[in-house]
Design a protein around this ligand. Structure first.
Ligand code: ATP
Length: 303
């Protein structure tokens, strides 16, 4: 269990993390989603005692990370897969962890098997590893002490589609065995496929939080037409709100309407508007919110 309450961190005038509160529960994969610079890494660094918060608390299994007696056996962290000692071989790095935690030597081989690093690969120096291989080694180091809680910052970075699938199955298995998994990403799709619960952060603040099912449900209807004007007039007359959701092809528009498909179809019919498409907007609300956050970030960095 991870509990973050009222966490705030300022760097001079920059409010990196602003009153962040969330939990990550055992048996579930919690996705921490936000565009670049949203405050994910800072929150995770505070969680594992690498950065001191300005205010608020963060605990893992009921303790501040720095108060855990042998954190490696309870919590493992993969913050930056590139930060591993470049001059050591993968096997040496794992052996060091195994010895430091007082684990049986056989654990090293088990972990290499688990993450799919071959004997030749594990005998090479880390400076010769691809980013994907470093991620695999990072995961092996994270799991060697069989910790209950896993905290991973952008673990899918540098993995190919097969690697992402492997990572997803591995994290799923960990949660299914009762473990707690918190992972961050700036990619909505990645979080959507892996997470059970989602916490969305933008500009240091939590902007949405809930189960994936809840966040993806109840987001209305996507409707496509070449007759935007009459359709919008019909929706307005019925007091139904909507947002523009792009142009699927020349001359047509997509709207996301805050009503179920049946009502939207009926209103379109009354307005004598031909529709090109009508379907539940699964996840479109979350996608819009996330695109807005990302666009804000891009506008700011361009300014
Ligand atoms: N040591 C620091 N000194 C000053 N500002 C910092 C420091 N660390 C982070 N920041 C600022 O805090 C904000 C949040 O950064 P953070 O790295 O937590 O974001 P992030 O969500 O992890 O982004 P990314 O997806 O790009 O890794 C940014 O504006 C960043 O510039």
């Amino acid at each position: 269990m991870i509990t973050v309450e009222g966490l705030t961190k300022t760097y001079g005038p920059t409010l990196a993390v602003d009153d962040v509160t969330f939990t990550a529960s055992p048996g579930r994969v919690t996705g921490f989603l936000g565009p670049n610079g949203a405050g994910k890494s800072t929150s995770m660094r505070i969680l594992v005692g690498l950065t001191r918060p300005t205010s608020g608390t963060a605990t893992v299994l009921g303790h501040r990370f720095t108060d855990l007696p042998n954190p490696g056996l309870e919590v493992r962290v993969l913050l930056d897969a590139s930060a591993q000692h470049a001059g050591r071989t993968g096997r040496e790095i794992l052996t060091l962890s195994q010895q430091m935690m007082g684990l049986p030597p056989g654990r090293v081989e088990e972990m290499l098997d688990l993450v799919g690093l071959t004997p030749t690969e594990s005998g090479r120096r880390v400076r010769e590893y691809s980013l994907g291989m470093r991620q695999r080694l990072g995961v092996a180091t994270a799991l060697i002490g069989a910790p209950e809680v896993l905290i991973l910052d952008e673990p899918a970075n540098g993995l190919d589609p097969g690697g992402i699938r492997w990572m997803r199955d591995l994290l799923r298995g960990h949660a299914d065995r009762g473990g707690t998994v918190l992972l961050s990403s700036h990619l909505l799709h990645e979080i959507e496929v892996i997470a059970d619960d989602i916490v969305v952060i933008g500009h240091g603040r939590i902007v949405a939080r809930g189960t994936k099912a809840d966040l993806l449900a109840g987001t209305g209807t996507l409707v496509q037409t070449r007759n935007r004007g009459p359709l919008v007039a019909g929706l307005d007359a019925a007091g139904v709100t909507f947002t523009d959701h792009g142009t699927p092809y020349a001359g047509a528009v997509t709207l996301r309407v805050d009503a179920d498909p049946e009502l939207v179809g009926r209103l379109a019919h009354q307005a004598d508007v031909a529709l090109l498409g009508l379907r539940p907007a699964d996840g479109a609300g979350l996608e819009e919110m996330f695109l807005d956050l990302t666009a804000d970030t891009q506008r700011e960095s361009a300014a």
